[in-house]
Design a protein around this ligand. Structure first.
Ligand code: ADP
Ligand code: GLC
Length: 477
C-alpha cells in the first residue's frame, strides 16, 4: 500500500540541526519513499528558513496563534517536502531553535504548542493543496502535544511518537494547561500531569497510538528507573505499543568511497585512509602518534561521558594513543578537553565548535571513534565509524550496544567483531578498553579484521524504513 504521513519535529537536516534528531528527521522521507509512503516534514520557520524553500507557497492561514499571525508554507529543500510553520513572533529570532543569548526561550511551551496546533490543522485538511495524512509521526517533546490534540479532538488520523532522548521532557507549570489548549480533564496522572506539572512528552506518550524509540536496547532500558528518568512507568504501561527501531545513517552523505570532504577510499584501498590520517594530524597540529588516533565528534555533555575520557587519557597517551576532539557544550567539559590538549601537546588536540566538513575528515582520518555515553538512545557517530573503518569504542548502552560487536577472542577469530564495547560506563572500564584498543591496533591482522567487518556491516535505512512502514500500515490499515 501507499500512504501519506506527516512528520512533526523541531529540527530537520540539512535545514536546522543541533543533533542526531535532525539527521533522522531529514533521512526518513527518502527512506520511506522507498516503502511507498510520502512523508512531508513540518518544522518551525526559524530565522532565514523560509528563504531556503524552493517554490514556496502559502498552503494555510492559521489566523492568530499565541499573539501573532501564523501560516503554513510549503516547498522543497534538499529534496525534502517541507512544511514550515511561519509565525515570526515565535520563531524569527536570532539564536538557536530552543535558546537565545539569555538561555532557553521563555515561551518555548507556546512555541512548540503552536507547532503542534499547525500539525493538527494539517491533519484536519487545512492545506489548500488538499493533502491529508493518514498518520502523524511526532518526534520528542516538542511535538508531544500533537498526538494529544488529535486524541482530545477525536481525530481519525493515527499518531506515532518517537522518543529520541527521554532526558528532555517538555516540563511546564500546571497553570499553562489552558494556554496549551489541553482540556481540564487532561491534568491527571494517567494523562499529561507529571509530578504536579505538565510534560508534553508524557502527553504524547499517553495519547499516541504507538510509541517508538531509536534502538531495541533503549526500548528495554526506558522501562527501568535508571534510564526512564521518571517516565519508566508511563512507558512500561505502553509496552505493548512500544517499538525499538534502530536509526540508520544517510549513506549518500556518509560513504568513504564517495565523500567529497576526504581522500576517498574503500575496504580494498585502505592505504588511502592513511593519507586522511596524515592530513588530519597536520590539520590538528599534532605530531606523530605511534598508537591509535582516537576521535570524538560530539556534544560535550554529561550524557556523552566526556569526563570519563579525561580520566582515562593519561594511560592511553602513555600507551601511544592520540586524541582529536570536535565538539561544544558544557563549559566545564570544554575546559577539561582544552586542559588535556595543553597537558599533551602534539598528542591531544581540540576544536571547540560545530563543523560538518571537519567531522567527515575526522572519521576518514581517525583510527577509532570514542563514544563513552552514560546513555545513548541510538547514536550515529559509532555507525559513521563503522562505515569509515574507524573502530568504535562504545559504552554498553542503547543503540551503541545494538550496533557494535565487541572484539572478544571468539568474535575476533570468527571475523565478526567490529569494535570494543565496555561496561560499566566508568573511567576504569574505558581505560581498559583503550588499553585493549592499543593492543589490537598493534596487531595488523586483528585490526584489519575489525575494520573490514565494520565496513561490511549494513548501517543504512533499509531494514528500519520497512519497520516504520509496517507500523504505519498497521495503524492506518
Ligand atoms: P546526539 O543527537 O545525542 O547529539 P547522535 O550521535 O545521534 O547524538 O548525533 C549527533 C550528530 O551531530 C551526528 O551527526 C554528529 O556527527 C553531529 N555532531 C555532533 N557534534 C558535532 C560537531 N561539533 N561538529 C559537527 N558535527 C557534530
Ligand atoms: C538523540 C539521541 C541519540 C540519537 C538521536 C537520533 O539526540 O541522544 O542517541 O541517535 O536522538 O535519534
Amino acid at each position: 500500500m501507499t500512504g501519506q504521513v506527516l512528520s512533526v519535529a523541531s529540527e530537520c537536516a540539512p535545514l536546522v540541526k543541533t543533533g542526531g534528531l535532525a539527521d533522522v528527521v531529514g533521512a526518513l522521507p527518502a527512506a520511506l519513499a522507498g516503502q511507498g509512503w510520502r512523508m512531508r516534514v513540518l518544522i518551525p520557520a526559524y530565522a532565514g528558513l523560509a528563504a531556503q524553500l524552493d517554490k514556496a507557497q502559502t498552503l494555510a492561514d492559521l489566523g492568530t496563534l499565541y499573539g501573532g499571525p501564523a501560516r503554513i508554507l510549503g516547498g522543497q529543500a534538499a529534496g525534502l517536502d517541507i512544511l514550515l510553520l511561519d509565525a515570526p513572533h515565535l520563531f524569527d529570532r536570532a539564536g538557536g531553535p530552543y535558546s537565545g543569548p539569555g538561555g532557553d526561550w521563555p515561551d518555548n511551551p507556546e512555541r512548540f504548542a503552536a507547532l503542534c496546533r499547525a500539525a493538527q490543522a494539517v491533519t484536519d485538511g487545512a492545506l489548500s493543496d488538499g493533502w491529508v495524512p493518514q498518520v502523524l509521526h511526532a518526534h520528542d517533546w516538542q511535538a508531544g502535544l500533537a498526538p494529544a490534540y488529535l486524541r482530545y479532538a477525536g481525530s481519525p488520523v493515527k499518531s506515532v511518537i518517537t522518543i529520541h532522548n527521554i532526558a528532555f521532557q517538555g516540563v511546564t507549570p500546571a497553570d499553562r494547561l489552558g494556554a496549551l489548549g489541553l482540556p481540564p480533564e487532561a491534568f491527571h496522572p494517567g494523562a499529561v500531569e507529571y509530578f504536579g506539572q505538565i510534560s508534553t512528552l508524557k502527553a504524547g506518550l499517553v495519547t499516541a497510538d504507538a510509541v517508538t524509540t531509536v534502538s531495541p536496547r533503549y526500548a528495554e532500558e526506558l522501562m527501568r528507573p535508571d534510564f526512564g528518568m521518571g517516565l519508566e512507568g508511563v512507558i512500561a504501561a505502553r509496552a505493548g505499543d512500544l517499538h525499538g527501531i534502530l536509526n540508520g545513517v544517510d549513506t549518500a552523505i556518509w560513504s568513504p568511497e564517495a565523500d567529497p570532504h576526504i581522500t576517498p577510499y574503500g575496504a580494498r584501498n585502505m592505504r588511502r585512509k592513511a593519507r586522511n590520517r596524515a592530513a588530519l594530524l597536520q590539520e590538528f597540529g599534532m605530531g606523530e602518534v605511534p598508537g591509535p588516533l582516537a576521535i570524538v565528534v560530539s556534544r560535550l555533555t554529561w550524557q556523552k561521558g566526556i569526563d570519563l575520557i579525561e580520566a582515562a587519557l593519561p594511560d592511553f597517551i602513555e600507551a601511544g594513543g592520540g586524541l582529536a576532539v570536535l565538539g561544544s557544550g558544557e563549559p566545564g567539559l570544554e575546559g577539561a578537553m582544552q586542559r588535556a590538549a595543553a597537558t599533551y601537546p602534539g598528542r591531544v588536540s581540540v576544536r571547540i565548535g560545530y563543523d560538518e566538513p571537519l567531522s567527515h575528515r575526522m572519521f576518514a582520518g581517525g583510527d577509532a571513534v570514542l563514544v563513552p555515553s552514560r546513555f545513548e538512545p541510538c547514536g550515529l557517530t559509532q555507525m559513521y565509524g563503522l562505515r569509515y573503518g574507524t573502530v568504535p569504542v562504545v559504552a554498553a548502552t542503547g543503540g551503541l550496544a545494538d550496533t557494535v560487536i565487541t572484539a572478544n577472542p571468539m568474535a575476533l577469530a570468527a571475523g565478526t567483531a567490529t569494535g570494543l564495547v565496555f561496561h560499566p560506563t566508568d573511567a576504569l572500564a574505558l581505560r581498559q578498553a583503550l588499553r585493549r584498543l592499543c593492543q589490537l591496533h598493534a596487531d595488523p591482522g586483528a585490526w584489519k579484521s575489525l575494520q573490514r567487518a565494520g565496513m561490511r556491516q549494513p548501517v543504512g535505512w533499509e531494514v528500519s524504513s520497512a519497520a516504520y512502514a509496517a507500523l504505519y500500515e498497521g495503524l492506518s490499515g
